[in-house]
Design a protein around this ligand. Structure first.
Ligand SMILES: [Zn+2]
Length: 383
């Protein structure tokens, strides 16, 4: 089993890197414009754009390859709306092609439009234990006029994946707006979050109506406070959920990669908060030897967890099945369906692997405003 951690490290703001980001962003937009509604495979984008972007933007070969991969991914993730690239897009670096570490993690050397740029590295102490891991793909980001480099470390964790399949508890988690998390063993977490959120949204709307400079400033600082509150809440909830599980158990969650398709996760605050909660659950689970599995979110809130019928109704937070008459809390019903999705998959021989979807996190979705801490930790488990 592989575990992955992302470390966000502040680096010196070298103008050559900033310039590279600007050029990279332009190349990315150029590529997207060319490929939009026209090129669908990575190879066709490469064939059409590679030499053009190298020539037109003077990008180093490895960076040009990254532009193409990123174009392909962005188009795949946004099939309806053409993606618009920010002025300073995140650059994806590859170890050891476009980025290398010098010495004992003393310096970082990055490809730029003006040759290699070397910057000093000061890795916060909390990441030291990860430095013996392999560095995988990593990102350079510009936020609030500061440059950050996000290292992604991977390590083989000594857990036998097949020891999970029998015997351990299988727990489904449903993430929601009114109750932050509901688990299939009938535990409810963050049930007072709704009031907090509504109060916050009302106050924000009121300040927005005012539209003064002061009210905008107030919205910003309130947003930061709300984010801190959600982070604290997510730490708490994830700890409580994991405390109830033991080594060898399985935690089942919905795969929110295609988050757009799921109406309940539509608001911005939920997107990052849910991903954050999943991240926290993941790393706490992996550290304890609990396996994390993602399942397709389709029908989890519509299906009856008792008889499997889709002929069901919802009355507020309550779920009712027209087929068998079963009724219970709607989120609890969903969490049971999530757990079932996993047991169904392992029941079918041969399809086992498909249930263990791996996920990739985007840096932007984790922080919404100011960077909360430089020690943002993300973990992603797969094998
Ligand atoms: Zn039913």
């Amino acid at each position: 089993m592989k575990s992955t951690v992302t470390a966000k490290v502040k680096i010196r703001k070298d103008e050559r890197l900033v310039k590279t980001m600007r050029v990279y962003s332009k190349a990315l937009q150029f590529c997207i414009d060319r490929a939009w509604n026209n090129l669908y495979t990575r190879k066709s984008i490469h064939d059409e754009c590679y030499y053009k972007i190298r020539e037109k933007f003077g990008l180093q070969a490895q960076l040009a390859v990254c532009v193409i991969s990123q174009t392909h991914e962005m188009l795949k993730n946004s099939p309806k709306n053409k993606p618009k690239v920010k002025k300073f897009a995140t650059i994806r670096y590859n170890f050891s092609r476009s980025a290398t570490i010098k010495g004992e993690w003393e310096k970082l050397s990055l490809a730029s439009t003006d040759g290699r740029v070397k910057v000093e590295l000061n890795i916060p102490g909390c990441y030291e234990e990860y430095l013996d891991r392999n560095v995988r793909e990593s990102n350079l980001i510009l936020k609030n006029d500061m440059l950050f480099f996000c290292f992604t470390f991977t390590k083989e964790v000594d857990i036998n994946p097949f020891s999970f399949c029998d015997g351990g508890k299988i727990r489904g988690v449903d993430l929601g707006i009114n109750k932050i998390a509901v688990t299939s063993d009938e535990n409810f977490y963050g049930t007072n979050a709704k009031e907090k959120r509504i109060k916050w949204e009302e106050l924000r709307a009121e300040l927005q109506r005012k539209g003064t400079h002061a009210s905008h400033k107030r919205i910003k600082s309130m947003g930061k406070r709300f984010n801190r509150y959600m982070t604290w809440m997510n730490h708490n909830i994830s700890k409580k959920i994991i405390d109830k599980l033991d080594e060898g158990d399985v935690l089942v969650m919905e795969d929110l990669t295609n988050i757009r398709k799921t109406a309940k996760y539509n608001e911005w605050v939920h997107k990052w908060a849910f991903r954050q909660l999943q991240n926290f659950l993941e790393y706490k689970a992996v550290e304890k030897g609990i396996r994390v599995v993602y399942v397709n979110p389709e029908n989890t809130s519509k299906k009856c967890s008792k008889c499997g019928s889709l002929d069901t109704e919802r009355h507020g937070g309550f779920f009712e099945c027209n087929n068998c008459g079963f009724s219970l809390d709607a989120d609890l019903n969903a969490s049971r369906n999530i757990a079932h999705s996993y047991t169904e998959t392992i029941g079918r021989a041969g399809s086992r692997r498909s249930a263990y979807g791996s996920r990739v996190y985007e840096v932007e979705t984790f922080n919404t405003g100011r960077i909360e801490t430089e020690t943002t930790r993300k973990l992603h488990a797969s094998f």
